[in-house]
Design a protein around this ligand. Structure first.
Ligand code: NAP
Length: 280
């Protein structure tokens, strides 16, 4: 039951109505018997600074930050880990001993944990990774891949200046949006970290150019089977949906807030059910 002493948590972003974070975290709160509640709050880009400061001032116990506010969150609060300092992208806000927020990044490790679960041999198969996008998620995923030892990371982004900036931060290679077919052909692992595909639709990606051994992953999880993943599956390529990243970045955030890791297996079944999918 929610009372005046219930601790509040939130995910802040725009759009945020699609987010499964409330379903996931509220179930973990219930599993752990915590007097806590997690809600989704819509905060457009223009209101980022006020919304983030408001969360801290109003006593929200902890938060996640999603598109398009990850960079704003990294600059609004002191970094809580080296990834935020390096990437200027944060997805988790944690109260430190002084009672104020620190900005953390659990997307990097969360993506790699989800990839390992879905494609256990990914590391041996991946020399070159192509990241589609250059925003907060793209940079975090690239950081996780580089830390896992991937030697060559290509960034393809609609706005080439952002691809160049991400590539400079992470010793990657910027790729023009017009050169996507060549980039697909060069990649062992292709990851969509743009917003394209959210809510359905999206472009016709040049999936026919990808090598037969390529793994194709999508950070978008609603719909679960994005146009990119459906095209990859139709070609017989390994396809990794966005739920693994969601669950593992969330579990790492939960551990930062409460000191223990929640049940990630139960989460996948619950989230599939929330999406109207049959749990596998
Ligand atoms: P972001 O920082 O706002 O970046 C958005 C990216 O999408 C940019 O690279 C942007 O390119 C690109 N983009 C947007 N509209 C486009 C269009 N019409 N054509 C081509 N590119 C377009 O967002 P983010 O936080 O990185 O999130 C990116 C995606 O990852 C979102 O769908 C988010 O839901 C997902 N995500 C999922 C998880 C998970 O747990 N599964 C975690 C984090 C993020 P420009 O630079 O040219 O604008």
């Amino acid at each position: 039951m929610i009372s005046a002493t219930t601790k509040t948590f939130a995910v802040l972003g725009d759009p945020v109505e699609h987010s499964l974070s409330p379903v996931m975290h509220n179930a973990w709160f219930a599993d752990a018997g915590l007097d806590a509640a997690y809600v989704a709050l819509r905060a457009p880009f223009e209101t980022a600074e006020a919304a983030l400061a408001g969360l801290e001032a109003a006593g929200v116990a902890g938060a996640n930050v999603t598109v398009p506010l990850k960079e704003a969150a990294a600059s609004a609060f002191p970094p809580g880990d080296e990834i935020v300092s390096m990437l200027a992208a944060a997805n988790t806000l944690v109260r430190a001993d002084d009672g104020l927020f620190r900005a953390h990044n659990t997307d990097a490790e969360g993506f790699v944990c989800g990839l390992l679960e879905a494609a256990p041999t990914w590391r041996e198969r991946t020399r070159t990774a192509l990241i589609l996008g250059a925003g907060g998620a793209a940079r975090s995923i690239a950081f996780g891949l580089a830390r896992a030892g991937v030697g060559r990371i290509l960034f393809a982004n609609r706005t080439i200046a952002r691809a160049q900036e991400a590539a400079a931060r992470l010793a990657g290679v910027p790729v023009s949006w017009d050169d996507l077919p060549a980039a697909f052909a060069a990649a062992d692992l292709i990851v969509n970290a743009t917003t394209l595909g959210m809510g359905g639709g999206g472009p016709d990606w040049p999936i026919e150019a990808a090598p037969a051994h390529a793994i194709v992953a999508d950070a978008v999880y609603r719909p679960l089977r994005t146009k990119l993943l459906l095209a990859a599956q139709a070609r017989g390529l390994a396809a990794v949906d966005g739920l693994g990243m969601l669950i593992h970045q969330g579990a790492l955030a939960f551990r930062l807030w409460f000191g223990e890791r929640p049940d990630t297996r139960a989460a996948r079944a619950r989230l599939l059910s929330a999406l109207g999918e049959t749990p596998q």
